[in-house]
Design a protein around this ligand. Structure first.
Ligand code: NOJ
Ligand code: CA
Length: 515
C-alpha cells in the first residue's frame, strides 16, 4: 500500500493569534508569544499548526480583512518574528499552515483604494463593480453573510461593489488574470518562507457569477433554526446558482495548486467552504489538480449534535470521502461556540462531565478518516464564554446582531496559562482586548499540561498511541458506523490491522481493540 501523505492523517492545532499569548504587554497576542508557547503545543503530539490570519489588516474582521498579504500586522510582529517562529515550529517536528483569504481583501488594501477611484484605472476591474438598475437599486437580491445587502455604493464610480461579508471586505474578481497572478505571487511568497500549507478562507465566495448578474432563488424548503444566527435572511436563499460556488472559482484552485506542486515537501491546500450542496462543492473543489482537501462543517453544528446527529454527520461526510484523504474534520474553531459547551447541551449533560466528554470528542475526531483540526483550548476542555457584556464585545457580526446573537467573541477569549498570574499569564497589560473566561482559570494550560490524567495529558497520550496504529496511519478507510443508540462504533482498516473503535456516549468512554 502506498504510504499516505502527511496531511491525510494530520492532527492540526489551530491558533487564534490575537488570543494565544501576548509578548509585549499591549493586551494582544502576537507571533513572539506563539513562539514562546511552542513546547506546550508540541507536547500534545500534533503534526501541524494553523494560525488564523496575522497579515497587515485594519482588523475590522480580526485579520480576515487583509490590507497586505505579504506583511505582518504591526500588532502581531514582523517578518523577522515570523521567520523565527517557523524555524522554531520546524525544529520541533511540526508543520505550519497559514490562513490566506483569497475571496476578499480590506477596503484599505491599495488594490481597492485604487479600484474605487474611477472606472478606468489599472485596478478598475479587480473587484465586482456593477451599475445600478434604472430605479437606482442594486442589481441583485444578494445578501451579506454578516447581515444586510451584499452590494455597497461607491459614489466616485457611481457603481455598486460586491461584499459577501462586511462592506469593508470587497470581493475580488478572480476572473481577472492579474488577480490570479497576484495570488500566485502571494503563494510563492509564503512557500518561499517555508510554510507547509494554506488554509484557504471561504473559497466558495471567491468569485460570483459574471455580469449580467442573476438573482438568487429562495430556498424552497427553508426552515428557520431556533438559534438567532440560523434565522438570518442570508440562509433563506440558494446561493450556488449565482452568488457563490461559481465554476470560475476552479481556475483559482487550479492555478493555486499548480504553484503548490512546484515546491517540494508535499505542501497542503485545505479549503474552507459551504454550499447549497456541500458534498458536491467539496468534491468539485478537490477534483484532480485542485485543492487537496476541504474543511468539513458537519461536526461544527451551532446547536451541537446528539448521538444520532453525530452518527449522521459522520456518515454523510465519510460516505462521500472514505478512502480519499480529502476530508478534514473539526469540532471547534474561531467561528462557533466551543465544542464541549455545544455538545454538553445537545447531549443533555451537566458540566461535571465536561472533561470526560471533551476527551471523548477529541478521540473520536482524530480516529475518523482524514485529518482533523483541534482549536486552541479544546485540549483543556474550555467552555464557551457566554456572558461578555455588549460594551466589551469585539466581533463585528455579534455587534451587528446583539443582543439577539452574541457573535463569535465567546470562543475567542484569551488563553489562561497560569491561574495565579494576572490575566492568567496571557499578558502583562492592564487591559486585554477581550475578557477571559472565569472558568478557564481552573483549567490553566501550563497547569493542565503538568497534571497527570488531565484532558491535555490523556489526549497527548492518545495521539502518541494513535501514531503506532497502522489502521489509523497507513490507510484512510473506515467501515460504516454501528453500535447501540448511545454508541458510535466503526473499524479502521489497513492491510495489516483491523482496529475496532468504540465511542460510548452513555459512559463517556472510548475503547479500541484489534478485531
Ligand atoms: C470565514 C472565517 O473563518 C471567518 O472568521 C471570517 O469572518 C469569514 N470567513 C470572512 O473571511
Ligand atoms: Ca502583543
Amino acid at each position: 500500500m502506498a504510504s499516505l501523505k502527511w496531511w491525510e492523517t494530520a492532527v492540526i492545532y489551530q491558533i487564534y493569534p490575537r488570543s494565544f499569548q501576548d509578548s509585549n504587554g499591549d493586551g494582544i497576542g502576537d507571533l513572539l508569544g506563539i513562539t514562546s508557547r511552542l513546547d506546550y503545543i508540541a507536547g500534545l503530539g500534533v503534526d501541524a499548526i494553523w494560525i488564523s490570519p496575522f497579515f497587515a489588516s485594519p482588523q475590522k474582521d480580526f485579520g480576515y480583512d487583509v490590507s497586505d498579504y505579504c506583511d505582518i500586522h504591526h500588532e502581531y510582529g514582523t517578518l523577522v518574528d515570523f521567520d523565527h517562529m517557523i524555524e522554531a515550529i520546524h525544529q520541533r517536528g511540526m508543520r505550519l499552515m497559514v490562513d490566506i483569504v483569497p475571496a476578499h481583501c480590506s477596503d484599505q488594501h491599495l488594490w481597492f483604494t485604487e479600484s474605487r477611484q474611477s472606472r478606468d484605472n489599472p485596478k478598475a476591474d479587480w473587484f465586482h463593480w456593477v451599475d445600478p438598475l434604472d430605479d437606482g437599486s442594486a442589481p441583485t437580491n444578494w445578501l451579506s453573510f454578516f447581515g444586510g445587502r451584499a452590494w455597497s455604493w461607491e459614489p466616485r464610480r457611481q457603481q455598486y461593489y460586491l461584499h459577501n461579508f462586511l462592506p469593508s471586505q470587497p470581493n475580488l474578481n478572480h476572473a481577472h488574470p492579474e488577480v490570479q497572478e497576484a495570488f500566485r505571487d502571494i503563494a510563492r511568497f509564503w512557500f518561499d518562507r517555508g510554510v507547509d500549507g494554506f488554509r484557504l478562507d471561504a473559497v466558495h465566495t471567491i468569485n460570483a457569477d459574471s455580469a449580467p448578474y442573476r438573482n438568487n432563488l429562495p430556498k424552497p424548503d427553508f426552515v428557520s433554526g431556533i438559534l438567532p444566527q440560523q434565522q438570518q435572511p442570508f440562509f433563506r436563499q440558494l446561493h450556488d446558482t449565482a452568488q457563490l460556488n461559481q465554476p470560475a472559482i476552479q481556475q483559482f484552485s487550479e492555478s493555486f495548486r499548480a504553484v503548490a506542486d512546484g515546491y517540494d515537501g508535499d505542501r497542503f491546500l485545505m479549503g474552507e467552504l459551504h454550499g447549497d450542496d456541500a458534498v458536491l462543492a467539496s468534491q468539485t473543489f478537490t477534483a484532480e489538480g485542485r485543492l487537496h482537501a476541504t474543511y468539513n462543517f458537519n461536526l461544527l453544528e451551532w446547536g451541537g449534535l446528539d448521538v444520532a446527529g453525530l452518527r449522521q454527520a459522520i456518515t454523510d461526510a465519510v460516505e462521500a470521502f472514505n478512502n480519499s484523504g480529502r476530508l478534514v474534520f473539526a469540532f471547534s474553531n474561531h467561528d462557533v461556540p466551543r465544542s464541549v459547551t455545544r455538545q454538553l447541551g445537545a447531549l443533555g449533560l451537566s458540566s461535571e462531565h465536561q472533561d470526560a466528554l471533551q476527551l471523548l470528542l477529541l478521540k473520536l475526531e482524530v480516529s475518523l478518516v482524514g485529518s482533523s483540526c483541534i482549536y486552541q483550548g479544546e485540549e483543556l476542555a474550555l467552555e464557551d464564554v457566554q456572558n461578555i457584556p455588549v460594551e466589551k464585545m469585539r466581533d463585528p457580526w455579534g455587534i451587528e446582531f446583539a443582543p439577539n446573537f452574541a457573535g463569535r467573541d465567546s470562543c475567542r477569549t484569551p488563553m489562561v496559562w497560569q491561574s495565579d498570574t494576572p490575566h492568567g499569564g496571557f499578558s502583562d497589560a492592564e487591559d486585554i482586548w477581550l475578557p477571559q473566561g472565569e472558568g478557564h482559570f481552573a483549567r490553566a494550560a501550563l497547569e493542565q499540561a503538568a497534571t497527570a490524567e488531565s484532558v491535555y495529558q490523556q489526549f497527548s497520550a492518545f495521539l502518541h498511541w494513535r501514531k503506532s496504529q497502522p489502521a489509523m496511519m497507513q490507510a484512510n478507510y473506515m467501515t460504516a458506523l454501528s453500535g447501540t443508540d448511545g454508541q458510535i462504533i466503526f473499524d479502521r482498516v489497513s492491510d495489516t490491522q483491523r482496529l475496532r473503535c468504540c465511542f460510548d456516549f452513555d459512559h463517556l468512554d472510548a475503547s479500541f481493540e484489534e478485531a
